[in-house]
Design a protein around this ligand. Structure first.
Ligand code: CA
Ligand code: CA
Ligand code: CA
Length: 357
């Protein structure tokens, strides 16, 4: 290079398997075979192909894994994708599934079968993408299989799970001993356990909680309902920007002596805390517990009053409180961040999907 103010452009190729993330490029500058100086250039390395995956429900084929591939390079790419058995679920086809050519910046989705789903918190799958030029990338993806389903059966909030009403909505189970928190002497599922399901449509979010509890005890109302038999749940409305957002709702409901009490302790998006009058809620006590149904309009949840888009997710955590006659004993929780301390870092995810017609 000349000593005056000349500009030059260097094109540096980065190996296709370079590690993603911020890297430092060291560029030695030579003159007459001697190193004059070394330039330290910060660069952000993006992999050729970005991989994301989410559960997808098809009436024809059942649960599938939707693998979304994004071409992050500057050339068209094509190839095939598959997934391997992971923790808590089995996913993938016998042969890799090809995907159509993706232009630079373009995304495409490959559907893979998903079987043996055990509805626990997290499922992990190993997704492998092979490009036609021989490059291969494998990524371990954590799937959160808490889902809210939209189908043609809009729930009627009457405290009864009618035949067909909730069939498409997978269960969120509270029945394992490691979910029992501070419940000293938890005597098993008859003492306290629950199955919760979510559905949604353009207007509202719907929730069903079928609780087994050996002793009914709720003598509080409004912000104090957590002291008795009740359900609390959190929705982090800014989960798309990462975990730990302060923009979350913490809500709960209980059957009280004066009917259903629905309360919001913390509100996101500038909405009001307090009694959630816009919610519909009903509960019916059963032989071995209680069934709750609830719906909340999106105008009380989202910033724009609209439903989430298909495939998007919100941060999610829930718990069921138990009092058996002498105050709150403890609770069973799905994910965490509500009962012991308020921490949306500990929330899981609730994914919004559509059941195919
Ligand atoms: Ca119902
Ligand atoms: Ca109990
Ligand atoms: Ca109880």
């Amino acid at each position: 290079m000349a000593a005056d103010r000349a500009k030059t452009t260097l094109i540096v190729s980065i190996p296709q398997d370079a590690a993603e993330g911020e890297q430092e490029l060291l560029l030695p500058v030579y003159e007459s075979g001697r190193v004059l100086t070394t330039l330290h250039l910060p660069v952000v390395v993006k992999d050729t192909v970005g991989i994301a995956a989410s559960p997808y429900l098809s009436n024809k084929d059942g649960w599938q894994l939707a693998v979304t591939l994004t071409n992050q390079s500057e050339r068209p790419i094509s190839g095939q994708a598959n997934a391997k058995a992971g923790v808590y679920c089995k996913a993938g086809a016998e042969e890799p599934v090809p995907f159509a050519e993706l232009a630079p910046g373009e995304s495409g989705t490959v559907l893979l079968p998903m079987a043996q789903v055990m509805w626990r918190n997290k499922a992990e799958v190993l997704v492998t993408v092979g490009l036609s030029d021989g490059y291969q990338k494998t990524e371990n993806i954590s799937l959160d299989l808490s889902v809210s389903v939209q189908d043609d059966d809009v729930p009627i909030v009457d405290g009864v799970a009618s035949p067909g009403e909730w069939d498409d909505a997978p269960p969120i189970n509270l029945k394992w001993s490691d979910q029992a928190t501070k419940l000293s002497g938890w005597a098993g599922v008859e003492d306290l356990s629950a199955v919760t399901r979510f559905k949604w449509d353009e207007n509202r979010l719907y929730m069903l909680s079928e609780v087994r509890d050996n002793t009914w005890d709720q003598r509080y109302v409004d912000d104090q309902i957590w002291n008795g038999d009740s359900v609390q749940f959190g929705l982090d409305m800014s989960r798309k920007d990462g975990k730990g957002s302060a923009n979350y709702h913490e809500m709960g409901f209980a059957l009280t002596d004066s009917g259903m009490s629905v309360w919001r302790w913390t509100a996101a998006n500038g909405l009001a805390t307090g009694r959630l009058d816009a919610a519909e809620a009903q509960a019916v006590r059963t032989a071995d517990g209680i069934t709750y149904e609830l719906s909340i309009p999106w105008t009380e949840l989202t910033a724009d009053g609209k439903a989430p888009t298909v495939g998007s997710s919100l941060g999610f955590s829930m718990l069921v409180n138990d009092s058996d006659g002498s105050g709150r004993r403890g609770w069973m929780e799905f994910m965490s961040g509500i009962g012991s301390s308020k921490n949306t870092d500990l929330f899981g995810e609730l994914v919004f999907i559509c059941a195919e017609a």
